[in-house]
Design a protein around this ligand. Structure first.
Ligand code: HAM
Length: 423
């Protein structure tokens, strides 16, 4: 047993699984970049107040799950639990909203939530996200959702569904909130649930306990009380999704775990994952930018869980990103040959070929085993006699064929056999 292990609830991704991680992250990011989102790289820790104000004090994320500490200058900082608040902070700080709108940004990286670890729920989680800020256009909501859908599908993922609702706007939400509270306060709720009903009544609708579910089965839902503006917005989002052929399920009881959402809210759910079935989610946030000291501009975005997407792919029996470690493997049989093959390896790498060598004193058999394991198609084998004769044996591991090639032409020979253009 090693003396140390990774922190509780934090996954390591080691080879070969790490290739899958990179492929999922890059695949989801590529879908965003294809729709004109530009990369933004932000700090993993921020002023604690940013999240308290941005994400909402009443959320579990802020009240129970933040990694908050005082730095050496006694400033309270927090490891980012999500990406939207930081992006909006940066847009305001750098005046990005003074340029063309919407500002379309994408990001990938680790986020931190002190949750109770379980399958698919980690304390360091990885997300790919986008934010489109500055335009309140339902067509943009539909684009954001379609980008997420396309990202998942580009990885070969199929067994997921999109759940969507509208959480209303400034004009209809306060009235609905009162209506819901009236309904909830008439129920025989336990102390904690009653408190939740006071602070954020919509969250009670998300309670998974059967008795609460039964009691709230007839609770009023926001969708039935939308303002004309919010309703029109929602209908247009759905019409766009219909036109794209992006399938969805309207879930009027969908509740997101973060406070900033207004109008469109959505979640991608995969049934192969057990309790932690959300592989991505997002929505529109009308008031966040102003709340954080910026202009009164709306935004919409998503966060897709890279870890859970990997689990979902596994549940579907699919792998992505599995490529052979290298294309060419050098097997030197003497010190002199090792130097010569190392030089050839450097030349081939410069030409874009992936090359590795056998190191240490393994002998021919051990080195050939390593060549096999590397996934290489070609091996370059040389001993003192070959080097003195000015040749290297090139063996094709797929066909078993082996020929001696002059050292001066090995690079060209390998490139032509692999069909590499050398760019
Ligand atoms: P979120 O729903 O809190 O949204 O997280 C997005 C996704 O991150 C989830 O659907 C899930 O796949 C993954 N995730 C969250 N927590 C964990 C965890 N503990 N372990 C593993 N995966 C997890 C947001 O974070 C918003 N910032 C999304 C957004 C962007 N809304 C608007 N713009």
């Amino acid at each position: 047993m090693s003396a140390f292990s990774a922190p509780k609830g934090v996954p390591d991704y080691v080879p070969p699984e790490s290739a899958q991680f990179v492929a999922v992250r890059d695949g989801l990011l590529a879908a965003a970049r294809r729709a004109g989102y530009r990369d933004i790289e932000l700090p993993v820790f921020e002023d604690t107040a940013l999240f308290a104000r941005g994400v909402g004090e009443s959320t579990d994320v802020v009240s129970k799950e933040m990694y908050t500490f005082a730095d050496r200058g006694e400033r309270s900082v927090t490891l980012r639990p999500e990406g939207t608040a930081g992006v909006v902070r940066a847009v305001i700080e750098h005046g990005l909203d003074r340029g063309a709108l919407p500002v379309k940004l994408c990001y990938a990286g680790p986020f931190f939530r002190y949750e109770r670890p379980q399958a698919g729920r980690y304390r360091q989680l990885q997300q790919v996200g986008v934010e489109a800020i500055g335009v309140d256009d339902p067509a943009l909501d539909a684009e954001v959702i379609a980008v997420a859908d396309a990202g998942f599908r580009s990885l070969g993922l199929e067994g997921f569904r999109l759940e969507i609702t509208s959480l209303g706007d400034d004009t209809c939400r306060p009235q609905y909130r009162e209506l819901l509270q009236e309904f909830l306060f008439a129920l025989d709720l336990d102390e904690e649930t009653r408190r939740r009903a006071e602070i954020n009544p919509m969250r009670v609708l998300d309670d998974k306990r059967p008795q609460i579910k039964a009691m709230t089965a007839d609770a009023p839902v926001m969708l039935d009380h939308l303002s004309d503006v919010a309703k029109q917005h929602f209908d247009t989002v759905l019409a766009h999704l219909d036109a794209f052929g992006v399938r969805y399920v309207i879930n009027p009881r969908l509740v997101r775990g973060l406070d900033y959402y207004t109008k469109t809210a959505f979640e991608f759910v995969h049934d192969g994952l057990g309790a932690q079935s959300g592989i991505g989610g997002g929505g529109r946030y009308d008031g966040l930018m102003r709340q954080l000291g910026g202009a009164d501009l709306s935004g919409i975005g998503f966060g897709l869980g890279v870890d859970r997407t990997m689990l979902a792919l596994r549940a579907e029996g699919k792998t992505v990103g599995e490529t052979a470690r290298c294309e060419v493997f050098g097997v030197p049989l003497s010190e002199q040959a090792k130097l010569r093959l190392a030089v050839l390896a450097a030349q081939l790498r410069a030409a874009g070929v992936r090359v590795d060598l056998a190191y240490g004193q393994r002998g021919l058999k051990g080195a050939m085993r390593a060549a096999d394991r590397s996934g290489a198609r070609l091996t370059l084998i040389a001993g003192d006699r070959d080097i003195e004769a000015g040749t290297v044996a090139v063996k094709d591991l797929f066909t078993g064929e082996q020929v001696d090639v002059a050292i001066t032409t090995v690079v060209a020979e390998v490139i032509s056999r692999l069909g590499v253009t050398g760019s």
